[in-house]
Design a protein around this ligand. Structure first.
Ligand SMILES: [Zn+2]
Length: 482
């Protein structure tokens, strides 16, 4: 953006709840690998004359989420009908919440572009998911397995000022939902969906301009790209003196642009009214207290604990606690290893994370290949100087591929670190004889030459030379040769 204008972004996130049954019937909500239309009954098919019953667990998980997002829990809540017609909506209305949701007025703290930001949460409410439409060979097919799955909607205040802030808000929210264990929160699989409202306005002004709603973003990357695109598009129109339309636009990932879909609906278009088949709810304070007791340690608290308990930097603590699986794995290894917690953190955020990222898995899956005991075994070999850190990296990769222990791989590959001065002496002589120009540079006082010679020594020993000893011996030999 520029000096004159600022971007205003608000996000609406829909997260499917991982309850056993659907929101208003007893059908299973675990439809991911179920055959189409196999998790259905008259209620979630929207047959006339049926009555919905409320899933208590879904409400508890919504209240738990609202509490984790620092919302207040109103004393009264109710369900409303949101009326609209679309082929994925079996009843012609969706049971949702309009003016009395389960959570109001919370916030999330994030870090983006070097700034800490506290972003407002307007509300958290509960509704039912709709069917899935599949378009194939000129036909549109309806799969009702998803119809009626509990769906939580989390609406933010228009507090974000850049696509990066929006992305980091989503990352933090996803992390919190996963820590709570209430949702799989997977964007690519559709259990975590995001619509964005975006507008631009003169910097410092508080006026609300025509909002553009952007839909169809199926990954964090897509959200970021769509918001970047939309910011630029709107800025250009404003600069040309054109008026922006209030509309809904869809993100087309392959083309890297948004296209107009329809003019945006207003709340009155939905003709909301209280759901006549469900009673209004009084949210008992004792019940809220009971739900609060289920609250696990959340990412921010865990990060602070990592700093005080393990002496980690704020950065390391934040990286390790961003995902629950990573934090769990770290704590297991740190408790088993004789290495310093900081050293363990370096191995987890460095070489281990490289493998996790390259394989597109998480640390839970990583642990199947390398249990915490094995990882700590590897680190202890480094600690005892049995192998060099460079060798340990290779061993780690082999452990992941083969499932073998560090000790066994070190033996098989003959990676034991060379710490015998006689052997190292021999290698050092070879390196010095083979690299006369570098030796000459060293005598001229060039520090780089020394680094180069040590590098050659590591190459010659395939990373097995004890680096401190190797440095010392090369230095000594060079001084002798002066
Ligand atoms: Zn059902």
């Amino acid at each position: 953006m520029n000096e004159q204008f600022e971007t205003v972004i608000g996000l609406e996130v829909h997260a499917q709840l991982t309850t056993r049954s659907k929101m208003f019937c007893r059908c299973g909500s675990d439809y991911a690998s179920a055959p189409p239309n196999s998790r259905v009954c008259p209620v979630c098919l929207g047959m006339p004359g049926v009555l919905p019953t409320i899933n208590r667990r879904a409400i508890e998980n919504t209240i738990l989420t609202a509490l984790a997002l620092n919302c207040s829990i109103p004393a009264n809540a109710k369900f409303d009908r949101k009326n609209y017609s679309y082929p994925d909506l079996v009843k012609g209305y969706q049971i949702s919440q309009y003016d009395q949701p389960f959570g109001l007025g919370g916030w999330i703290c994030i870090e983006a572009e070097g700034r800490n930001r506290r972003l407002g949460i307007t509300r958290v409410h509960l509704e039912e998911d709709v069917c899935k439409l599949l378009h194939r060979d000129g036909f549109s097919l309806v799969d009702a397995n998803r119809s009626g799955v509990p769906l939580m909607e989390i609406v933010s205040e228009p507090d974000m000022r850049s696509p990066a802030e929006a992305r980091n808000y989503l990352i933090k929210l996803r992390s919190i939902l996963r820590y709570l264990g209430v949702s799989l929160a997977n964007m690519e699989e559709g259990s975590f969906r995001c619509d964005a409202n975006i507008s631009i306005r003169p910097r410092g002004s508080s006026e609300l301009r025509a909002k553009v709603e952007v839909k169809n973003m199926n990954s964090l990357k897509a959200v970021y790209r769509a918001l970047e695109y939309e910011t630029a598009r709107q800025y250009k129109l404003v600069m040309e003196g054109k008026k922006l339309a209030q509309e809904t636009r869809g993100w087309v990932d392959e083309k890297g642009k948004t296209v107009s879909q329809r003019s945006k609906e207003y709340a009155h278009d939905y003709r909301y009214f209280p759901e006549p088949d469900l009673p209004p709810l009084e949210i008992d304070r004792e019940w809220v207290e009971l739900i609060k007791k289920r609250m696990p340690e959340l990412p921010d608290e865990r990060s602070n604990r990592f700093i005080s308990q393990y002496g980690l930097s704020e950065y390391d603590a934040r990286v390790l606690t961003a995902s629950k699986e990573t934090a769990d794995y770290y704590e297991k290894v740190a408790s088993l290893s004789k290495q310093q917690p900081k050293e363990v953190a370096n191995w987890i955020t460095g070489p281990a994370s490289s493998i996790v990222n390259a394989e597109v898995i998480d640390f839970e899956a990583f642990e199947y290949s390398i249990p915490a005991e094995s990882f700590s075994g590897l680190l202890d070999l480094v600690g005892k100087s049995t192998i060099s850190a460079a060798s340990a990296r290779t061993v780690l990769e082999d452990m992941f591929k083969t499932g073998k222990s560090a000790g066994l791989l070190v033996k098989e590959k003959g990676l034991t670190q060379i710490s015998s001065s006689n052997e190292l002496d021999e290698f050092a002589s070879q390196v010095i004889n083979a690299n006369a120009p570098a030796v000459a540079d060293y005598y001229k006082g060039k520090d780089q030459a020394m680094k180069f010679l040590i590098g050659q020594m590591m190459r010659l020993t395939r990373g097995r030379a004890n680096p401190e000893m190797a440095t010392e011996i090369i230095k000594r030999k060079l001084e002798e040769g002066k």
